[in-house]
Design a protein around this ligand. Structure first.
Ligand code: C5P
Length: 414
């Protein structure tokens, strides 16, 4: 669909509240998905009286979030991240009740909590009975929200589901799509990496000992995934090669899932040439040379001896000079001591252009945590950044990448 190209790769958090117009939101999801938009949905308890979570999940091709107190949902995603991992939050239908909660800052269910916690722009598509719409309370709430920058599409006038006629009909799905597209046109800053291709490695690799056991490095994949998302947000075509992680797939990114270092290397070589390579994966340095086909058993005698052999170094391989070498190759160095000295030596040894050094000594909370304290090494220069969220590290790194690349893209395919 090329009618709204600005929608391609965008991420929408769609809040579906309890109104009869919720049925139109199913069509809205379809229209957005057809245009390359990743749609993640919160269905309120009221919304679920009109449409089923199963239809929403099937059309959005994603999990549906409903319950603020779901331990599984909170540990997988969390309402704060849910509200922030989107480019725009759309509330359709926006009921009088939800608009009132938004205006007052009430957070008493997942939808209202996410709306209070979001740092993203919000577009509402009100839908209600015409008297409710005309009520001074609703109009005052709406005025408050609009003053705060909340955008609105509709409502239209006509026959309402309650049998009355007047204003209060939710905008039609394509009108909402157009309003979303308008938002992205208005907000489109420069896309500094448009036309660029990028490869990112993320997460750990697993190296089998036998069919049951494996060797693994500690890595949540959060930093690598954030970098892939930030590169895509900057306009790059991104291939993310990821070891096993619990991270949600970043929107607008081609993801290749692997387990071992050798598989990761093969998956990294396939999309070459690319303009940018960022190796954030925690690749296991060794694999078990004498990995067993059957589960090892305790025999009561000597424990088994594992013979380790070195894995290929993906970063060093990508950094080798040649026609396929990415224009900019960036590695990571997780160190527990002598951070800068070790990182400088690694930068030279691997042959990459830049190295992001981070302290992972016990107690820093870097592994799996929200924040990262990094130093960017470029040649002999060391730039120490303040402690930032991993997403902010990614955004800042991507800005540095965009500033460092030559004016015109060197390759177009990924
Ligand atoms: O040597 P070390 O593992 O500390 O190097 C870290 C950097 O090298 C990271 O960027 C990591 O992704 C990359 N690496 C790799 N292949 C390996 C080992 C590390 O790409 N086999």
């Amino acid at each position: 669909m090329s009618d709204f190209p600005q929608l391609q790769g965008k991420r929408i958090l769609l809040v579906i509240a309890g109104g009869i117009a919720a049925y139109k939101s199913l069509d809205l999801i379809r229209r957005l998905r057809e245009r390359g938009v990743a749609v993640r949905c919160i269905l309120t308890e009221g919304g679920a009286k009109f449409i089923t979570p199963l239809s929403v999940a099937a059309l959005s091709e994603d999990k549906v979030y409903s319950n603020q107190w779901s331990l599984t949902d909170e540990s997988e995603m969390g309402h704060i991240r849910l509200s922030r991992e989107a480019d725009l939050v759309v509330v359709a239908p926006a009921t009088a009740n939800l608009l009132a909660k938004m205006s007052a800052g009430i957070a008493d269910n997942l939808a209202s909590t996410a709306l209070l916690a979001t740092d993203k722009p919000v577009l509402v598509a009100p839908a209600m009975n015409s008297m409710m719409w005309a009520h001074p309370a609703t109009q005052a709430n709406l005025a408050t929200l609009e003053r705060r920058g909340v955008r609105r599409v509709g409502p239209g006038s006509g026959e309402l589901a309650c049998g009355e006629t007047g204003a209060g009909r939710m905008a039609e799905p394509m009108q909402i799509v157009a309003a979303i597209a308008d938002y992205f046109t208005d907000s489109a800053g420069p896309r500094p990496l448009a036309g660029r291709t990028a490869l990112v490695t993320s997460g750990p690799t697993l190296e089998a000992i036998d069919p049951v056991r494996y060797i693994v490095n500690r890595s949540s994949g959060r930093q690598g995934h954030a970098i892939a998302a930030a590169l895509a947000a900057g306009g790059a075509q991104v291939t993310l090669v990821s070891g096993p992680t619990a991270q949600p797939d970043p929107a607008g990114v081609r993801i290749v899932r692997v387990e071992s270092a050798r598989d990761m290397l093969a998956a990294c070589l396939a999309p070459l040439p690319v303009d940018i390579a960022v190796c954030a994966a925690a690749v296991s340095d060794w694999r078990v040379e004498n990995a067993r086909d059957q589960k090892l058993k305790k025999t009561g005698g000597q424990p088994p001896t594992l013979i380790l052999t070195e894995n290929p170094d993906i970063l060093a391989t990508l950094s080798q000079p040649g026609a396929q070498r990415p224009h900019l190759v960036i590695g990571f160095a997780a160190e527990t001591e002598n951070l800068i000295t070790n990182a400088q030596a690694k930068l030279r040894r691997k042959g990459c252009d830049w190295l992001v050094a981070n302290d992972v000594a016990p107690g820093t909370g870097t592994f799996g945590g929200d924040d990262n304290t990094v130093h960017l090494l470029r040649g002999d220069s060391v730039e120490s950044w303040p402690t930032l969220t991993k997403e902010a590290v990614a955004t800042r790194l991507v800005a540095a990448i965009a500033a460092a690349l030559p004016a015109s893209p060197t390759s177009q395919s990924c």
